[in-house]
Design a protein around this ligand. Structure first.
Ligand code: PMP
Length: 410
């Protein structure tokens, strides 16, 4: 037996040993596109990376250097499983901008809101439990739910988000089938990928259906402060203290620190901290102090305004280019904030099958089925306007439209 052969058989045994949970794990469509989308000749309308080059980097560097100098042994030490008190207090002020009144004790800091999603799913869901989500919904959340072997059921949406009638019907249908629904996962502001925002009245209607049906609401709001047209609509959590709220500094500051948070009713918070301790002992301490330092020593609200001006110019460039370039029969959303436009192509087209032709034409996008757990979305594509500058967006949309036009000719 060769060494190679011995090695392979051992590997086979490991493969047999993987937990059933890993069967639910799938390659993120966005990550799979990364290497292609990063080629310089390609205009990537695929990724959702925030554009952080306008941050005051020198000022941040000086401030972090001073923090290490004066407080290094504290900020590089293990910390609290719930997260550092100083940052939890500042987060209360951040959430107040969206109408939320909260106590720092009810906040658990996480490694990005992605880890918040993981912890919430971990404490609520057993295999086979149902999670309700918008149609379409955030690919990273779907990945988390599936990795815990949940069944994701998409609730029909319209241009104002989740349809309350369809939500009630879905809940009743699933219950009649004997299914256990654990929560509704919703992104009411500038949904990723659809760009849709739920008006205030609709938020109240969704909360009221969930309340009367006894379904928990998990509100994911990383883009809330990136409103491009008007002041942000108050968060769902501002209307109901039982809503579990996920927040993040990834889009309002920088994603590399990996700091987000979960605001949850007290009893849930206790379970979240236990889950956090078993996952990581404590969320990243240095990152938390770096964010606390940034919030203290910078005009972070002014910086969000700078981000908003930049994203608004890109959103407008994309909407104008779509109006000028797209063939008849194509529709798209007009997001009032966030990073994404959701395009619906004419009947019969398939964005997944079209992607290699898009790459040949030097444009990348994310095909719609990535944002559904059940294979819907064949005619859809998510186009992001956050990263490329306006002239590149224009070029990208023109290339995308050319590919669509050629598909229609076949
Ligand atoms: N939720 C949504 C809707 C997102 O778009 C993202 C990031 N793309 C996340 C959560 C995760 O963000 P982070 O972990 O960086 O806070």
């Amino acid at each position: 037996m060769t060494d190679q052969h011995r090695h392979d058989t051992r590997l086979d045994r490991f493969v047999d040993s993987y937990s059933q949970r890993t069967e639910g794990m799938r390659v993120s469509a966005v990550r799979a596109l990364f290497s292609v989308a990063n080629r310089p000749e390609i205009v990537s309308l695929a990724g959702g990376m925030p554009n952080i080059k306008d941050l005051p980097l020198h000022h941040i560097a000086d401030s972090l250097a001073a923090m290490i100098e004066t407080n290094g042994t504290k900020v590089m030490q293990y910390g609290s499983g719930q997260g550092e008190g100083v940052l939890r207090e500042q987060i209360v002020d951040v959430m107040a901008l969206e109408g939320i009144t909260a106590h720092p004790d009810d906040i658990t800091i996480t490694a990005g809101s992605q880890q918040g999603l993981d912890l919430v799913t971990r404490i609520f869901c057993d295999p086979g439990d149902v999670v309700l989500a918008e149609s379409p919904s955030y690919v990273g959340a779907l990945g988390t739910f599936l990795s815990y072997q949940c069944e994701v059921v998409h609730v029909p949406t319209d241009e104002s988000g989740i349809s309350p009638t369809a939500l009630r019907e879905t809940i009743e249908r699933l219950r009649a089938q004997g299914k256990r629904i654990k929560f509704l996962y919703t992104i009411p502001n500038y949904n990723n990928p659809s760009g849709v925002t739920q008006p205030w009245e609709r938020r109240l209607d969704v909360i009221s259906v969930c309340e009367s049906e006894g379904v928990l609401v998990v509100e994911d709001n990383p883009y809330g402060l990136l409103s491009l047209d008007a002041d942000p609509i108050p968060a769902m959590r501002s209307a109901d203290d039982n809503v579990i709220y996920l927040g993040s500094f990834s889009k309002t500051f920088a994603p590399g620190f990996r700091v987000g948070w979960v605001l949850a009713p007290h009893a849930v918070r206790e379970k979240l901290v236990l889950a956090q301790e078993s996952a990581t002992l404590c969320p990243p301490v240095f990152s938390q102090y770096a964010i606390a330092d940034y919030l203290t020593n910078n005009d972070w609200r002014g910086q969000i305004d700078i981000f908003k001006d930049m994203y608004r110019a890109r959103r407008d460039a994309m909407l104008l280019a779509l109006a000028e370039e797209m063939p008849e029969g194509t529709t798209w959303t007009r997001p009032a904030g966030g990073f994404f436009v959701w395009v619906t192509l004419p009947e019969g087209l398939d964005t997944q099958a079209m992607l290699p032709r898009g790459v040949d034409a030097r444009v990348a996008y994310v095909p719609g089925p990535a944002f559904y757990a059940d294979g819907q979305g064949a005619r859809n594509a998510r186009l992001s306007f956050c990263f490329p500058p306006p002239d590149r967006i224009k070029t990208g949309v023109r290339r995308f439209a050319d590919v669509v036009r050629r598909e229609l000719e076949v």
